[in-house]
Design a protein around this ligand. Structure first.
Ligand SMILES: Cc1ncc(C[n+]2csc(CCOP(=O)(O)OP(=O)(O)O)c2C)c(N)n1
Ligand SMILES: [Mg+2]
Length: 672
């Protein structure tokens, strides 16, 4: 619906609004009935009372370019944006034709290919994705507007603050809409904000325009206000915050007893219901015959769709298919210039660099050769990053490709995810891996699960400077076990400059979120030659560094160097040799070569820097021994850090983590 239709042909516009509002309300009511009949699983959170907002807004959005993510109150918007009413119903039935292949329930679906992003339960999480995808559209030259919704309850989350600030800072044309129905589940606004709080006024604090509108009143007036907002945001490119007064007529969800409502409150809600008011207004204007005809047609259509969807079978129970679709399939290699630099083919050219410089070279190469790339993070632009890995990139590629970000790891990761969903390929630097815990929801629950939930690709590289170098608990974490226990995330952990260079290219061209673990002690651990390596993708497999017979020794990251020293020691002193493997890729794990080694050596040593309990080594030992148990000649040796927060003083850190001396001692004991 074009904005000018509201004034030039108001009758047609009113009848169209009425048709969608009627379908939305009846579909929502029927879904609730079907749920109560036990035909739908999970839960149902109705949008009854929100139609006066979401229907005009979704009709006015430009569905060819705009970006949106609906909430659990936005049934009307889902119907307008989706391909067919049956798609919506199939999702609720969680049947074989569900748009999420029945992997997600009720409102948790969208159409990422058409820029409708499926919500996750975590309130507030989606709005940064909308901001990112909208920016992606703008970068591609499309005058898109984003629409991001959250409730009065969701407005208290940190993601909301982070994203409003980010959107204003970066001038992202997003309409942020607060659906204020005065309750968060059972909690009234009086227990959410200080008295007198008007949420839309927060806009001023972010340097954006804000306004309040009553979406329970005159639908045409609401539509005109929204049309003006959309036009302004599209033209100015600036975000806006709209607080809409809405209603939640059926409680929080189907199971809600609503006994927390004050006497008379429900009656007051029903009296304010925009749907009968709008209908009465149209009847008074003489439109009843036309409306009745449309209503009858839509009611019959809804029932026909329900019948069709009820006949669809249950989803196939294939573990293989689900497992195969957690990650996007392997993407074809990108046409890199065969050189460590980008100034023409020079496969033989070498560079003598530290690992930090190797990473810098790889990032330079990506930015120079791949127009869809950009990098973001704290202090990465002018300053060149806390570890100077991004030095010089701003000068070469400018601020739109090399972005300093505010301290907002969650929103920045959500923003990067939104960019990635639309074909951009962001590389995000976390100043220290530790701060990635601020973005666990965005990384692990959102970006990592998009593929499984919605078939979307999220090519995203997350750089984690990790490991202990005398900086204590909050600048030293080894987070591979935390993140890689979540499905959908890949992880590379290079131990030297060449692998680090290769890992950037391999991670970059992957269609999934890839965490690049960069041990800080390796950044400047000496200079080595790096060269163009046509087999750069081999970093996804372990590399055998030493051949030996006594045991298979598996490690990664900085520990590779301790292991090398220990292996040399045992070879020199005891004539005991080990098959030493640098794992390089932590997820997915490719253990074939290591298994073959274990078949020869029958003994296993696993070493890593992270804590022992629930550490990554536990998974390695379990996987490698469950198949080789009866051929093992010794219990596996697992060496890791103590189960402590990382202590600060060098003497204490020395006690905490594996050292060369401790390693030799443990292996010597084990050898007996
Ligand atoms: C971050 C987060 N915390 C808790 C919940 C559980 N929860 C689901 S809906 C809800 C209330 C939401 O209220 P509001 O944002 O006002 O939206 P409404 O349901 O009123 O439309 C809560 C607490 C959640 N989904 N996300
Ligand atoms: Mg609410």
């Amino acid at each position: 619906m074009r904005a000018d239709e509201l004034t030039q042909n108001p009758t047609a516009a009113l009848l169209r609004l009425h048709a969608w509002i009627h379908l939305t309300r009846t579909a929502s009511n029927r879904i609730l009935e079907l749920f109560r009949q036990g035909l739908m699983k999970g839960t149902v959170t109705g949008g009854q009372g929100n139609e006066g907002l979401i229907v005009p807004l979704a009709l006015l959005a430009d569905k060819a370019i705009d970006v949106i993510s609906f909430t659990h109150r936005d049934c009307g918007g889902q119907l307008i944006w989706s391909r067919h009413l049956c798609e919506h119903l199939n999702q609720y039935f969680a049947n074989a034709d569900s748009p999420t292949q029945a992997r997600e329930g009720n409102v948790h679906y969208g159409d990422p290919a058409n820029r409708s992003l499926p919500m996750i339960s975590h309130l507030g999480a989606m709005i940064s994705n909308v901001a990112g995808l909208t920016d992606s559209q703008r970068r591609l030259g499309r005058p898109a507007v984003g629409f991001a919704f959250f409730g009065d309850g969701g407005s208290s989350t940190g993601d909301i603050h982070e994203t409003l600030n980010l959107a204003s800072l970066l001038s992202l044309p997003v309409v942020f809409v607060i659906e204020n129905n005065r309750y968060a589940y059972s909690t009234p606004v009086s227990e959410q904000f200080a008295p007198g709080t008007e949420l839309w006024r927060r806009a001023a604090g972010y340097g954006m325009e804000g306004l309040a509108l009553d979406a329970t009143g005159d639908v045409l007036a609401t539509a005109k206000t929204l049309a003006a907002v959309i036009d302004k945001v599209r033209t100015t490119g600036r975000p806006m915050l709209v607080e809409a007064n809405t209603l939640r007529l059926r409680g929080h969800a189907a199971y809600d007893t609503c006994d927390y409502l004050k006497p008379g409150e429900n009656e007051a809600f029903l009296a304010a219901d925009p749907v009968p008011k709008f209908r009465a207004q149209l009847v008074a204007a003489g439109h009843e015959p036309a409306m009745k005809k449309t209503e009858a047609e839509l009611d019959a259509y809804l029932e026909a769709c329900i019948k069709v969807c009820l006949a669809v079978g249950r989803p196939a129970q294939s573990a293989e298919k689900m497992l195969a679709e957690v990650c996007a399939p392997e993407a074809p290699p990108l046409p890199w210039v065969p050189s460590v630099d980008s100034d023409g083919p020079a496969p033989d050219r070498k560079a003598h660099v530290t690992m930090a410089q190797a990473l810098n070279k790889a990032l330079f190469k990506v930015l120079a050769e791949r127009p869809e790339s950009l990098i973001l993070g704290q202090d990465i632009a002018t300053y060149g990053g806390a570890f100077k890995v991004t030095e010089g990139l701003l000068a070469a590629f400018g601020r739109s490709r090399v972005l300093n970000t505010p301290l907002a790891e969650s929103a920045c990761t959500g923003y990067a995810t939104g960019l990635a969903l639309n074909g951009h390929r962001p590389i995000e630097e976390f100043q220290f891996a530790d701060f990635a815990t601020e973005a666990v929801t965005q990384i692990a629950l959102n970006a990592g699960t998009y593929r499984f939930r919605a078939g979307a690709r999220v090519p995203l590289v997350l750089r984690f400077p990790c490991g202990s170098v005398g900086l204590g608990s909050f600048h030293s974490q080894e987070l591979e076990a935390l993140f890689l226990s979540m499905p959908g995330l890949k992880g590379l952990y290079p131990s030297n400059p060449q692998d680090a260079f290769n890992a950037v290219l391999a991670a970059y061209e992957d269609d999934n979120p890839v965490i690049l673990f960069e041990h800080k002690a390796l950044y400047r651990r000496g200079k080595y030659d790096i060269a163009w390596d046509p087999h750069y993708r081999d970093v996804w497999s372990p590399k055998r560094l030493r051949a030996g017979t006594h045991a298979t020794f598996v490690t990664y990251g900085e520990m590779v160097h301790l292991a090398e020293d220990a292996c040399a020691y045992f070879e020199n002193e005891y004539e005991v040799s080990f098959d030493l493997f640098d794992l390089r890729a932590l997820a997915p794990l490719r253990l074939e070569e290591i298994r073959a080694s274990l078949d020869r050596t029958h003994r296993l040593i696993v070493l890593h820097e992270g804590r022992r309990t629930h550490g990554f080594g536990a998974e390695l030992v379990a996987r490698l021994t469950e198949e080789h148990f009866f051929s093992l000649e010794a219990p596996p040796l697992r060496i890791a850090s103590l189960d402590l927060p990382v202590p600060f003083a060098p003497e204490l850190e020395h006690v905490f983590r594996p050292t060369k001396e401790k390693l030799i001692e443990r292996i010597a004991d084990w050898l007996g």
